[in-house]
Design a protein around this ligand. Structure first.
Ligand code: FRU
Length: 509
């Protein structure tokens, strides 16, 4: 029984061990993501991150966004670091303003992946983002290709209105620079305003600049959101003048840049891949000590009315595929949950069985123990009964002895009284005494021998001598008178017996 119980314990322990081993094999990492804002492009990137996360069950994602506020983003990064994340992914709102927090995080030894917008220094583990200079060059290329078709409202020069992204962010700086350098040799007139990446801001700044500058040949916006805002403002100012508007991002999905080009809301866009999947893949490689690239730069390309249709269809097909993959992933997640639940049931069942086995053994042990106790109690009861019996027997014997003793006492007393009574009679002997006591001679002999160790004759003689001694000391009687008084018929024989018994002669008394 002992062995089976140990085996059950061993089994339970090995189950626990298997459970622990499973978690030990998959280290758990938490990645903190600090997004600068929450527009459609960022949401798309977050979705890519989450999709890629499905391939990395060892990774947890904590995604925060800073509402396009650099100070808030710095605080956010600091608190992510303080919370003990294992890696930081940061899309800085403004490179210079957010750099100190990025450097602080990196210098704690934390791996840092900077995505999309860059920071000035080198305090990061990896950078992943689009080639913003090349974006600018493509914007310029588009202006150049279309310059012939443009209205040339600038009197020979191409009149350009540039709606820039947030000035402190690298994409805004590089897109502007790339565009300017790409426009070399092209006669143009450029007005730049800051739309800080958002549609309402772009609408506002374009609306107010158009009040001053009048119509333009082309509007170049640093992203499609601002292109939309600019278009709205332009159409309100010049409803009858067609306008060429190019943006950046060409983000797929409903209401986004690619659809806007396809539907002719904006004339063109430059792709700017968010690459969330690659960002997470790189982060996972860093955490799992696998090789990764220090810098990954995505090449942009131009999306115009001509290729937008194909791209749009292609993106739609891709969307469809993605939705199928999503569905399948959901199904896989459901199945995984079912498996996990079943696993839990199995663990509970096994634990229950082990407990049951434990209880059975315990019950067996208790039953055996109780039987043993009962047997011991029975044995003790038997011994007690035996002792009681023995005590009873002893008490009976004692009573018998006491009874006999009191009878013997009475007998001896009576015998003495009779001897005293007939002491003066010289004929008092065993015969006369046995007659008086109502028993045979031999019976009397055996009894006195047994009770006092003397024969009846000896007892009579001793009784006579003891009385003689009393008389001698208490009266003035002569030895002769005393001898007759105690039943001796010969005074000389009395004297002999007296000396034998007391060791002195009666005369010496
Ligand atoms: C999204 C966004 C994009 C743009 C990028 C530049 O927040 O404004 O539209 O291409 O950031 O960093």
């Amino acid at each position: 029984m002992k062995h089976t119980f140990s085996l059950a314990c061993l089994f339970a322990l090995s189950l626990l061990f298997i459970g622990c081993n499973r978690t030990a094999k998959t280290p758990h990492y938490t990645i903190g993501v600090s997004q600068c804002n929450d527009d459609a492009w960022r949401q798309n990137m977050n979705n890519e991150l989450r999709r890629e996360q499905l391939f990395h069950p060892e990774i947890d994602l904590v995604i925060c966004q800073a509402d396009a506020n650099s100070r808030r983003q710095c605080e956010q990064i600091d608190s992510l670091v303080a919370a003990g994340i294992d890696l930081l992914i940061v899309c800085p709102n403004e490179g210079v303003a957010v750099e100190p927090a990025v450097t602080r995080a990196y210098r704690t030894g934390l791996p840092v992946v900077v995505a999309d917008r860059a920071v000035p220094g080198h305090d990061y583990t990896s950078f992943i983002g689009g080639d913003n200079y090349e974006v600018g060059q493509l914007l310029a290329k588009y202006i150049r290709y279309n310059s012939l078709k443009l209205n040339h409202l600038g009197g020979g020069n191409t009149k350009i209105l540039e709606v820039c992204g947030l000035k402190g962010s690298t994409p805004a700086v590089l897109r502007h620079k790339g565009m300017l350098e790409g426009l070399e040799g092209v006669p143009y007139e450029l007005t730049s305003v800051e739309g800080i990446w958002f549609e309402p801001n772009a609408y506002r700044v374009v609306d107010s600049i158009l009040n001053i500058m009048g119509p333009v040949d082309i509007i170049v916006a640093h992203n499609d959101l601002m292109a939309r805002g600019a278009k709205r403002a332009y159409e309100e100012h010049f409803p009858d003048l067609p306008i060429n508007i190019i943006g950046v991002d060409a983000l797929r999905g409903e209401g986004n840049g690619l659809e806007a080009v396809y539907n002719g809301i904006i004339t063109a866009s430059v792709t700017y891949y968010s690459g969330g999947d690659l960002v997470l893949e790189t982060a996972a490689a860093i955490l799992n000590h696998q090789p990764y690239l220090h810098d990954t730069v995505f090449e942009p390309f131009l999306v115009t009315g001509e290729n937008a249709r194909t791209l749009y269809r292609y993106e739609q097909a891709l969307e469809h595929e993605v939705s199928i993959v999503k569905m399948m992933q959901e199904r896989v997640t459901d199945l995984q949950n079912v498996i996990r639940l079943r696993q839990k049931y199995i663990y509970v069942l096994v634990a229950f069985i082990i407990l049951l086995i434990g209880f059975v053994f315990l019950a067996g042990y208790i039953a055996r123990y109780r039987a043993l106790v009962r047997q011991e109690a029975r044995e003790a009861e038997r011994k007690m009964a035996e002792q009681k019996k023995r005590l009873n027997e002893m008490a009976n014997k004692l009573a018998e002895v006491e009874k006999k003793e009191s009878m013997d006492d009475a007998f001896i007393k009576k015998l003495h009284a009779e001897m005293e009574k007939h002491l003066a009679d010289p004929k008092l002997n065993i015969e006369t005494l046995s007659g008086i006591m109502g028993m045979s001679r031999s019976q009397l002999y055996r009894k006195t021998k047994q009770l006092v160790g003397e024969s009846p004759n000896d007892m009579i003689r001793i009784c006579r001598l003891k009385r003689a001694q009393q008389l001698l000391s208490a009266t003035d009687q002569t030895i002769q008178q005393v001898a007759y008084a105690v039943g001796f018929s010969s005074p000389s024989y009395f004297t002999k017996c007296y000396k034998d018994y007391f060791g002195e002669k009666p005369s010496e008394k």
